[in-house]
Design a protein around this ligand. Structure first.
Ligand SMILES: [Zn+2]
Length: 124
């Protein structure tokens, strides 16, 4: 399933596409909201792994403007912030659409919540 926690780790892997290949840009998406179990310790532990600007920009591209431009330190993250982060990272599911590489414009389709990250032979 494609959630923003997964998307935040995905870069284009077409051969030779090595710069400006992240974050992939969502296109023509259909979203579904699904409740997930709230786990503040997991969120605090995951925060250092996030590319924050990419997350904020991607959420905005999905019409979600709830994240602050600057992330707090994990230890200083309060419940209000963590609940927002929880929702953005784990409860927004991209069911249909595509992800587009900002560098080479390769299109990674998403169908039934499954991203197709496979490449054509000439792209390997
Ligand atoms: Zn690319």
């Amino acid at each position: 399933m494609v959630r923003l926690i997964t998307h935040n780790l995905l870069a284009c892997h077409v051969r030779g596409c090595t710069s400006n290949n992240f974050p992939l840009v969502f296109k023509d998406v259909q979203l579904q909201l699904k409740e997930a179990e709230y786990n503040p310790d997991f969120l605090r532990g995951f925060m250092p792994k996030l590319e924050w600007k990419a997350l904020v920009d991607t959420a905005k591209s999905l019409n979600n403007q709830s994240l602050p431009d600057q992330a707090p330190e994990p230890q200083a993250a309060n419940e209000e912030f963590l609940k927002i982060l929880h929702h953005v990272l784990l409860e927004i599911h991209v069911e249909e659409g595509a992800m587009l590489c900002p560098n080479c414009s390769h299109v990674y389709p998403i169908s039934n919540g499954i991203p197709n990250m496979l490449l054509q032979e000439h792209e390997l």
